[in-house]
Design a protein around this ligand. Structure first.
Ligand SMILES: Cc1cc2nc3c(=O)[nH]c(=O)nc-3n(C[C@H](O)[C@H](O)[C@H](O)COP(=O)(O)OP(=O)(O)OC[C@H]3O[C@@H](n4cnc5c(N)ncnc54)[C@H](O)[C@@H]3O)c2cc1C
Length: 382
């Protein structure tokens, strides 16, 4: 289906396609060599093709959501690697752009773009996951600094991080969604300790994070003291909706990998297998249409809103079903370690991080469909 995204987006597509055609080698080995080399990063920096949606004055290109989707499509088409700056680009930067002061934007955004600052996320606590607002990590003002004590958990990708963006309670007397602050804490200090957690896949991407009188300048509080909940909602909206317009591309590739696997096993003519594959394909198509729907929301006001939860819920559950099937159809070899087993094990986490599938359903029910809120559990009081 060809969709006309308007003259500005199509002009951008033409410009980008021409640049990619002349820069990205057609030969697979040459292309891989370039993508893996520092030269590729240099080229993207030169062309301002990192953090492209950010304002030009801070080093971005000021692209709209629609243009970012075009960029992702063109990169996928040219088999060119998109270089992203992790959570700095996907979560912290967009939250600073909405809630930060001009001084904070000028200080933090260029350092994300050039790779100086690398972020990890310190939101969840042992007793505050889905109910994030019940967090107990404390922040106390001491002069022009915040002193932070408490424990976080499930801190992903902490090994490479220079800053942890975290939530702490700075007004314990305020109602629980107020009195929370969103603060950027440098990790290279004695008050921040990471304790690695081993995962089911054998990797150690996670850690518990302990704050023991950790210090951060008050200038690192984003959105103002005690206003961290609003900032965290922007962060989580971006976490859930971030890949929605490109998600189908990744799932399409995974689908065709499964088809190859089925052919290799000599099962491609089995009607039951074909029926199942058609069902998976229809889910990839639904993802694409959902992406396009989100694209039109982005074109209107640059905010995916609560409908980002529909995408997160749908793709994460699809991936679990598809990888379950792949491991099943492989038979005994599916139990051995290999690419499908890793995807199967890894997909368990997708219905948990960024808000569980149950929480996404609550958001869709209440904030997209307008259904009544869940009643308080017995013992929760009036
Ligand atoms: C791969 C991965 C990476 C992560 N990375 C990070 C990170 O970098 N930083 C970070 O801060 N956190 C991270 N997390 C943590 C993640 O945000 C939490 O695990 C998630 O929010 C759920 O919280 P919880 O684990 O405390 O589960 P709980 O909130 O205790 O939930 C337990 C179960 O109860 C259900 N439940 C809870 N409340 C409701 C409700 N109201 N209605 C219906 N069902 C409900 C949940 O759906 C779930 O099934 C990561 C998690 C994973 C799996």
């Amino acid at each position: 289906m060809k969709i006309d995204l308007g003259p500005r987006a199509e002009a951008f597509r033409a410009e980008l396609r021409a640049w990619l055609a002349e820069t990205v080698p057609k030969d697979r080995d040459e292309r891989r060599a370039l993508m893996g080399s520092p030269r590729w990063e240099e080229l993207l920096v030169e062309q301002r093709l990192i953090c492209v949606a950010w304002p030009e004055e801070y080093g971005g290109r000021g692209l709209s959501g629609v243009e970012v989707a075009v960029l992702n499509e063109e990169f996928a088409r040219a088999r060119a690697r998109r270089l992203t700056r992790g959570m700095g680009e996907s979560l912290v930067g967009p939250s600073i752009i909405v809630h930060g002061t001009d001084e904070q934007k000028a200080r933090f955004l260029p350092r994300i773009i050039d790779g100086t600052d690398r972020y990890c996320q310190g939101f969840s606590e042992p007793d505050a996951g889905s109910d994030l607002a019940s967090l107990t990590t404390r922040g106390i003002i001491d002069g022009d600094e915040l002193v932070i004590d408490g424990q976080k958990v499930w801190t992903s990708w902490y090994t490479d991080a220079t800053i942890i963006f975290t939530l702490c309670r700075t007004d314990p007397d305020a109602p629980k969604h107020r009195g929370i602050s969103y603060v950027l804490v440098p990790v290279d200090q004695p008050g921040v300790e990471f304790r690695p957690i081993k995962q089911i896949t054998g990797e150690r991407h996670f850690a518990e994070t302990w704050f023991n009188a950790a210090r951060a300048p008050l200038d690192n509080v984003i959105g103002g003291l005690n206003n961290g909940w609003a900032v965290s909602m922007t962060t989580l909206g971006n976490e859930r909706g971030g890949g929605a317009t490109t998600q189908h591309l990744q799932h399409e590739r995974m689908f065709w990998d499964l088809v190859d696997e089925v052919r290799r096993l000599g099962r491609a003519r089995d009607p039951l297998v074909r029926d199942r594959l058609a069902w998976f394909w229809s889910h990839v198509a639904i993802m694409r249409f959902q992406g396009l729907r989100l694209l039109s929301a982005l074109a209107n006001d640059n905010d995916p809103g609560p409908s980002a939860s529909i995408s997160k819920m749908f793709w994460s559950e699809h991936q679990q079903r598809l990888t379950n099937y792949a491991v099943d159809i492989l038979g005994p070899s599916g139990a051995l370690r290999g690419p499908w087993t890793s995807l199967f094990l890894g997909s368990r986490a997708h219905t948990i991080w960024g808000g569980t599938a149950e929480i996404q359903r609550n958001i869709v029910g209440e904030r997209v469909l307008g259904l009544p809120k869940e009643p308080p559990a017995a013992g929760d009081g009036p």
